[in-house]
Design a protein around this ligand. Structure first.
Ligand code: URA
Length: 239
């Protein structure tokens, strides 16, 4: 059970004082009865709640796609740096947490959710979600890099990297698709073939694509995106 005004505020209906006005004006209906008090208790999962005739549904889990700009860290909070959470309003900031991490100087697609179970599955080594990065390098990418990456390279860890797909776009630009998420993985892989990454952007993660989302902007996943993501997480987790 929770307070009606909190439920409505969390659902984005308005501020607490706006909600108070709606209640006083008889604009909020709970199970066919006009609500009388903003502090009355409701059961979000089962009560049917309407604000000005529109049904307000309870979303236990929320999923957002964010275009991370360079210069902010992927963390809930940080003592000195701006974080990815600073781009979200307070109510979302409280709920969301990033799935995985992009370096401070890396841009691109970042998924945020409060669905801990999905986060866990997406980050588990058993679930090899493909992530594609666009990279600019300080020197020409050696031709042999594609073959080396497809076989796995030694980046100083116990194990070689899993097979990855390299697509060379121009002398100094390439797209790399990996299915792991090791620390600084893309930078270390290019380093292993003699190049330094000078710009890095994540373009996709599984079925999720950055598309034309602008830097610093976010949007909710569509129902379709969420379904495909959840389904693939189920299957991979069972392997
Ligand atoms: N690999 C990196 O080196 N950095 C990132 O931010 C993501 C993948």
């Amino acid at each position: 059970m929770m307070r009606l005004d909190k439920f409505l505020a969390d659902a984005g209906v308005g501020t607490r004082s706006e909600i108070k006005k709606l209640v006083r004006g008889g604009k909020i209906v709970v199970n066919n009865e006009t609500a009388r008090k903003p502090e009355q208790k409701v059961e979000p999962q089962t009560d049917r709640i309407f604000a000005e005739g529109k049904e307000i549904s309870y979303e236990k889990f929320i999923y957002y796609l964010f275009h991370k700009p360079a210069g902010c860290v992927t963390a809930k909070q940080d003592k000195k740096d701006k974080t990815v959470m600073d781009f979200f309003p307070e109510d979302l900031k409280k709920k969301l947490a990033p799935v995985g991490r992009l370096d401070k100087d890396t841009e691109g697609l970042l998924l945020l959710t409060n669905d801990g179970s999905l986060t866990h599955r997406l980050l588990s080594p058993a679930y090899h979600v493909e992530k594609t990065y666009f990279a600019k390098l300080d020197t020409a990418v050696p031709e042999k890099a594609a073959e080396l990456f497809s076989q796995g390279v030694d980046i100083g860890d116990e194990k070689l990297t899993l097979p990855a797909k390299l697509c060379i776009l121009s002398e100094n630009e390439a797209e790399l698709t990996i299915s792991e998420g090791r620390f600084h993985q893309v930078k270390r892989m290019f380093h292993a073939v003699g190049c330094n990454v000078i710009y890095l952007k994540r373009l996709s993660m599984g079925n999720l694509k950055l598309g034309d989302l602008k830097k610093g902007e976010y949007r909710k996943l569509t129902a379709e995106e969420l379904l495909v993501l959840q389904e693939s997480a189920e299957h991979k987790g069972e392997e």
